[in-house]
Write a protein that binds this ligand. Structure first.
Ligand code: ASP
Ligand code: MG
Length: 689
């Protein structure tokens, strides 16, 4: 069985390089009969084409140098004589034949060296065997020449041949690859190896695109597409003979023989895009050879990739599975890099494991949202979110593979501490009043915390500060934007002011969605206030116990968080809370509460009517104000005039109005302040920050 090895000009450029070639050939000769096809040494073909005697002399010197280094004694002298004679013949040869001597020079030295190494070596004259444009004859001649003799290694010059009339000719620049494929096809070689100076066919020319990488396998079609559109690593006509003979083409690197390489063969392409090649300002984005695939799908992405690099394509034309792109000459390399980045470079992806606590409306919305948007999030941010822990108030489930099922009793936090890696995120989407006591343990383990549970931040200021300290000491993120106004960027805005030493003079927060909804929908004589509260409770719009909303507890928690975010260590006891209805009504059982509220309807209707007559709207406001003696804070029902930003709130909108020392006008943030989806999106964004 035959193994065809072709070496390019740089592989045989010097004695040192030739010794690498010998190592490779030696290993291959153990596996079968080697047919070694070689180019001229690098620069030689150009030198011969120049017709310039000075360049001839330089080539003669380089070859003599190789001979001197590779041989000794009488052999050296004999070969020096032969080389001298060959250079003489070259000088005598007609101008158009001079170029055919480069491969004769190189293969003469190689054959002689292999003979010296003890291999039975036969030099084949490609000028007799290879007939340009007539593969049938070429194959016949090669086969009989090779079969006629017993040899370990055949050495044949690449590139050179005869034309149909028997006149000496060449196969075109880069044609040695093609010579090798002809030799391989003729003898049905078991291996065809093109040894060059790069690690196979790459996703781009590494000289233009440093991030280019080797394509390990590609189809004949894709290789042909790359080669015919400027990928110099392979001479395009090489593909056809190998393909019809069903022989794989290996493209390997002489200078890293054990490194990466490409196998071209009868295989489907592994990915949609193969590489990007270029020729004279024309870029070719080479697509996989797949039936029914067209390059049309790339137009938009290619345009976007170029636009991001500030380049406008002159023209883009899909061609089969590939895409032709024309750009201005000056931006060619930049364009290649931009396209390569978009189509071939996977950006690093960071895995983020999420342990979620709370399986209510918010928890469930979050799980759904994370699962639905994980792909898009990864694209946008490079973060791959994976839910690995879930829990309700009594049970949990952990699965680092991403499919946790709630069902285990026990200490969820302890289990997380055992399983979670640093950089994981614990999400508190629960309503637990005590879970925050465990936050410091998680933070100490380097686990970040994202919370929508406002109970966690509305306890004593000491507890609040302790959690923050644990986060800071351990460099673990702690975020809870969701706790006030759901997805509205309220806390972030307040923190920004505080961070830049702006001082808060007052905060007015209309942050109870349910009450806003009821206050704006209420009409005296329509559904009673009690009925509306009940309806909201049943729709899940209130806290589980609606008295937390009506009594101002929920607004109080939000106010504490707002104040603390502004750097004011506000405590619950400092806030004057006036429930929306007389406090006596909030006592007893839930049933008693609704009864009492129903009985209170006449007074409620009266108040509402009075406010309306005076041109006011009623809003439940949590407020904080800087006075000479310090901050004072309260919560209560207020009549607001049309000039007040909160006058125009609709439905469950929230508004917060912050006046600060730096600014003559207040910061007003207004928008949807509630809903499981809003909360989930806010949590998601805290996770991604
Ligand atoms: N020596 C020829 C050239 O430089 C053929 C080859 O290297 O493949 O074009
Ligand atoms: Mg070449």
């Amino acid at each position: 069985m035959y193994r065809v090895l072709k070496f390019g000009g740089s592989s045989v450029a010097s004695a040192t390089n030739v010794s690498r070639v010998l190592d490779i050939v030696e290993a291959e000769a153990k596996k079968g009969c080697v047919i070694l096809v070689s180019s001229a040494i690098s620069g030689c073909t150009d030198a011969l084409l120049s017709g310039d005697e000075a360049q001839f002399r330089e080539m003669e010197r380089r070859h003599a140098d190789m001979v001197r280094r590779l041989f000794t004694g009488p052999q050296r002298i004999a070969l020096q004589e032969r080389m001298k004679a060959l250079f003489g013949q070259m000088r005598q040869a007609p101008a158009d034949e001079k170029v055919t001597f480069g491969e004769i020079f190189s293969t003469t030295i190689l054959a002689e060296k292999l003979e010296t190494e003890g291999y039975r070596t036969i030099w084949l004259d490609s000028r007799d065997l290879v007939v340009k444009g007539d593969e049938a004859t070429t194959y016949k001649r090669i086969k009989s020449a090779v079969k006629a003799t017993q040899a370990d290694i055949f050495v044949a010059p690449g590139f050179i041949c005869q034309d149909g009339d028997g006149k000496i000719s060449t196969l075109g620049r880069g044609g040695s690859d093609y010579s090798a494929a002809l030799y391989a096809a003729a003898v049905q070689a078991e291996s065809l190896q093109i040894w060059t100076d790069v690690p196979g066919i790459m996703t781009a020319n590494p000289k233009q695109v440093p991030a280019a990488r080797t394509v390990p396998r590609m189809s004949y079609g894709a290789a042909l597409d790359m080669a015919s559109h400027g990928a110099k690593v392979l001479y395009a006509p090489t593909v056809a003979p190998a393909m019809s003979a069903g022989i794989d083409i290996e493209i390997r690197n002489t200078f890293a023989p054990d490194g990466k390489y490409t196998v071209i063969g009868n295989c489907p392409d592994a990915s949609r895009w193969i590489g990007v090649a270029s020729e004279k300002g024309n870029i070719r984005l080479v697509g996989a050879q797949m039936p029914d695939v067209t390059g049309d799908d790339a137009v938009e992405n290619a345009g976007k990739a170029l636009a991001e690099a500030g380049i406008a394509a002159v023209k883009m034309t899909p061609d089969g599975p590939s895409l032709n792109i024309e750009v201005r000459e000056g931006v060619l390399d930049q364009a290649l890099r931009a396209l390569h980045r978009a189509f071939f470079q996977e950006l690093p992806v960071q895995e983020v494991n999420l342990f979620i606590a709370g399986n209510g409306a918010v928890g469930q919305a979050l799980v759904k949202m994370v699962r639905e948007s994980a792909g898009a999030v990864k694209e946008r941010t490079g973060k791959h979110l994976r839910i690995v822990g879930l829990a309700n108030s009594t049970q949990y489930g952990i699965d680092l593979g991403g499919n946790p099922v709630i069902g285990k009793k026990g200490d969820y936090i302890r289990a997380i501490l055992e399983e979670a890696s640093k950089g994981s995120i614990f999400v508190d989407a629960s309503n637990s009043e005590t879970l925050y006591l465990r936050y410091p343990e998680l933070l100490q383990a380097g686990i970040g915390i994202v919370s929508s549970n406002r109970r966690s931040f509305a306890g004593s200021y000491t507890d609040f500060a302790a959690v923050h300290l644990a986060a800071r000491e351990n460099g673990a993120p702690l975020r809870y934007e969701t706790t006030v106004g759901a997805a509205l960027p309220i806390l972030d805005s307040i923190a920004r002011g505080a961070n830049s030493c702006d001082e808060v003079l007052s905060i007015e927060a209309v942050v109870s969605c349910t009450l806003n909804q009821i206050l704006s929908d209420y009409r005296p004589g329509g559904a009673s206030f009690a009925a509306m509260v009940k309806k909201a409770q049943e729709a899940g719009l209130t806290e589980p116990d609606p008295r937390l909303d009506l009594g101002g507890k929920d607004a109080l928690r939000k106010l504490l968080i707002l104040a603390r975010e502004a750097g004011i260590p506000l405590e619950e006891a400092q806030v004057k809370v006036q429930p929306i209805v007389p406090p006596e009504l909030l006592q007893g059982s839930l049933g008693q509460f609704y009864e009492g509220l129903e009985a209170y309807e006449p007074q409620w209707a009266q108040q509402a009517m009075e406010a309306e007559q005076q041109g006011f709207r009623r809003r439940f406001v949590a407020w904080l104000e800087k006075k000479d003696e310090g901050y004072v804070a309260g919560i209560g029902l207020r009549n607001v005039p049309p000039v007040h930003p909160a006058y125009h709130l609709r439905g469950t909108e929230n508004a917060i109005i912050v006046r600060s020392a730096f600014h003559p006008y207040p910061l007003v943030i207004q928008g949807p302040g509630e809903g499981a989806r809003e909360a989930a999106s806010s949590i998601l964004n805290d996770i991604l920050r």
